[in-house]
Ligand binder design. Structure first.
Ligand SMILES: Nc1ncnc2c1ncn2[C@@H]1O[C@H](COP(=O)(O)OP(=O)(O)O)[C@@H](O)[C@H]1O
Ligand SMILES: [Mg+2]
Length: 246
């Protein structure tokens, strides 16, 4: 099923072979973020520094409330840090406006969530073409072909015209991964992508991520699952908003 996930990975191969110093795919510099609540400020990130190089598979672990989702939201530009800088393929997110950031994210990052977050009212194939439309990437015909191809790679081409409610949770997560790959981003960021799946389905989804890692995609995956963390090149633990060790 997932042994040949199609990626435009020529560039990755070239970069790896050249051995040249590379811009990190993701760079987080001295990030701070607190939530302001009536009960007071809750510090969620307290000086996070992290760099992910091309093709690295990093697992982010930590207890509930440690700050993992906050880190993901800030790293993807979905949320803003109070202080600090985020660079995605060298582009300083903090210097972009909302529209520019959304577009850069759309082209450079694929984001996968715990609860899939497919649009329920449109077909699977339309869910996958949407990021291409949003970023105005590829021709209409190419978008459809590419979406079908991605669905095929995650084993769901036969279901392309179904709505999300008509497939299982594991299948929905596969579609979410296909959608995340729509614009051939250099990094996939996933926040507990198997947290809502049974263990067998979770293992299948992780096989898919592992295959993507083998093919040179950079991966940042938040997980509670030790078996997932074992597949990573690097495991980073976040404790009370700070990175522990590493
Ligand atoms: N929207 C929010 N409002 C207030 N506090 C929040 C909000 N989101 C997260 N927090 C708090 O920030 C801390 C980090 O949360 P989170 O990043 O969701 O951690 P994790 O994903 O590791 O479970 C926790 O103390 C959590 O309660
Ligand atoms: Mg979380």
């Amino acid at each position: 099923m997932s042994q040949s996930v199609a990626l435009d990975d020529e560039q990755v191969t070239q970069d790896r072979q050249s051995g040249a110093a590379q811009t990190p795919v993701l760079e987080l510099h001295d990030l701070y973020k607190s939530y302001h609540t009536p009960a007071g400020d809750i510090p969620a990130l307290k000086g996070i520094n992290l760099q992910l190089g091309q093709g690295e598979f990093v697992a982010l672990i930590g207890k509930s409330g440690a700050g993992k989702s906050t880190l993901v939201n800030v790293a993807t530009g979905i949320d803003h840090p109070d202080q600090g800088e985020v660079f995605v393929n060298g582009k300083p997110f903090h210097l972009l406006d909302e529209d520019q950031r959304a577009r850069w994210r759309g082209l450079n990052m694929g984001v996968v969530f715990q609860f899939f977050q497919l649009l329920p009212s449109i077909s699977l194939i339309k869910n996958v073409t949407m990021p291409m439309e949003f970023c105005n990437r590829y021709t209409q015909k190419e978008r459809t072909q590419r979406a079908l191809h991605l669905l095929e790679q995650v084993g769901l081409a036969d279901h392309a015209h179904k709505k999300p409610a008509h497939i299982s949770g594991g299948q929905q997560q596969r579609v979410a991964i296909a959608r995340a790959l729509a614009n051939d981003p250099s990094i996939l960021v996933a926040d507990e992508p198997t947290g809502n799946l049974d263990s067998r389905t979770a293992a299948e989804i992780m096989d898919l991520f592992s295959d993507l890692g083998q093919l040179g995609k950079t991966l940042l995956i938040v997980t509670h699952d030790k078996s997932i963390a074992h597949r990573a090149d690097r495991v980073i633990e976040i404790v009370d908003g700070e990175i522990n060790g590493s």
